[in-house]
Structures are given as structure tokens and as C-alpha cells.
Design a protein around this ligand. Sequence first.
Ligand code: 8YV
Length: 326
Amino acid sequence: MKPAILIARAIFPEIIERLSGYFDVESNQEDIIFTAPELLAKLKGKQGVLCTASARLNAELLAQLPALKMVANMAVGYDNLDLPACTARGVMASNTPDVLNETTADFAWALLMATARRVTESEHWLRAGKWNKWSYDAFLGADIHGATLGIIGMGRIGQAVARRSMGFDMRVVYHNRSRLTDQQESYANNAVYVSKEELLKTADHVILVLPYSTETHHTIGAAELLMMKPSATLVNLARGGIVDDVALIAALRQQKIAAAGLDVFENEPKFHPDFLTLKNVVLTPHIASASEATRRAMANCAADNLIAGLSHQRPPNLLNPAVFVN
Ligand code: 8YV
């Protein structure tokens, strides 16, 4: 008998087909967002699950799923999983690192440039039929070239963002849990390691690419926003909760910073409605990894992990190796 798995969200049909070769698959192509009791009911008796960041697999849920052996998260971030609880229950967990680095770094630049150069704000104005003459001071923004780029979270994606700054002749400063090697720093456009405070005070553009955890909750709050230059832009493509959205809304409204580009929000998709009242913010619906090729690669990566884990092989992206028994 094939092991039973749940694919918790809609996915490329070829992934369902691929996994059906190995497993008895229950899918969710209607893309219903399960409540916690619904998810529990769907997962009862399943040995594996392929899920996304919208599924919360916490200790309470895991305690009721003795058959579950493997959780394959289709995301590099895994703050939706209680990893210690997975480990305590002998449940393997995996994520999808690397396959999305370059696409996500591309998007960081799309968001930064749209924000600093007021792309969406001016487009909305044009679409509203307000463009009747050119003016010397219409939609003046901040330069990207020659500016100082501050990156908080200098993992694989942060380094890919930094590499792209070479073409804009930028100076890069970064802050991270640990300092990179000299070689990594030179490859990342000679990025200079600084404290969070120095980064916030000196950067013209700040990009957040750090993982979410209780330690990184509200890394950017009212105090940090006050440290930033009034001309600065802030880009968050990491996770909602890294920025205190209420504090950011106040800072944007009072022009304590110039603008923000946000791909992630606290309580997304129900983000704070006041963002919609602000002109100096660019809002996107958590799409940093959303290129056709990368989303397919992420789905296949999650499938690879699930297939390996439920076939007594070590999943390539196992997050809790202590659990693996051959
Ligand atoms: C995912 C992401 O698409 O990988 C991550 O951590 O934030 C995105 O690339 C999203 O989380 C869906 O799981």
C-alpha cells in the first residue's frame, strides 16, 4: 500500500501526477484555506504533507497526528512550522532553499526601484487621467546608482541582492547574525559588516531579507524607523512581523522615511488597511519568488524532499537531521 499524503494547497498538476507515482495523494486544487480543525481532519492518517507558509503546523496539531512522518514546506522560510515540536515527535521537516535565491533577489530590485522611483504611484496618477503636462518636479524620487544599500539578513538571498548592486555602483553595508567570510563579502560587492544602528543611519535604501522568528519580530519598529534617513526607502520581502506595520504606517504618513516597498505583511493576506491610504508605499501580494520557472522548481524541490523522506532516504533539504532514521 502506498503511503498517504496531503498536498495542502493547489499546485501545478504535474506535481500531483509525479507524487501519485509514489503516494496515495489527496490534493486541494480548489485551493481551500483550511482552518486548523479542517487541516487536522485532512491530515489524520496521512504520513506526509506538502504545504506552504499558509499552513500552521504547531505542537498542538502535531500531537494529534501520530502517523505523520514528513512535512515538506514549499518555501524557504519555515516559521509556519514548529520545528522543535516536529523533532520531538520524530517528524521530518524540509524547506526549499536555493532554488528561489536569484528570482527573489531580482524581485528585491523590482520593488526597490518601483519604490524609490515612484513607479506605481505615478502610474496610478496617469491612469486616473491626471497627466496633462510635464513638470520639472513631478514624482521626484531617490537615485539608486551611487547610493548606499543596506541589507539586513545576508544569507543566500541577501548576497544575491548585493551582487546585483555592482551594476549600480553602490556601496553595500549589511547586518547579519554572523559576519560573512572575506570571500563572500568580496563576491557580494565588497559588502561591509556594520551594526544594525549604523546600517539604518547610513543606508539610502534598506532591504530586509532575514528569516522570521521570535528574535527577529519587529526588527524594524518606531525607534529603528527614526534612525533612518528621511530620504530613505525600506523594502521588506522577508516576512510580515519583521516590520511593525503600525509603526511603519505612522512613519510613512509623517514622512519620517520617504517610502516603503512591501511584499509581506503582518496578518497577510489581511494586511493593515491604512497602507491603502498612503501614496508612498508600493504593495505586492507576497510574489517575490513568483516566476514560472522558480515556482515549478520550488514545487519539485518540495516533492523531492517528500519522496526521499517517505522512501527511507535522507531528504535533500532536511531541517531536523536528528529525526532521520534510515
Ligand atoms: C513562498 C516565501 O512562495 O519561500 C518563502 O519563504 O516566502 C515564498 O517564496 C511562500 O511562502 C509560499 O509558501
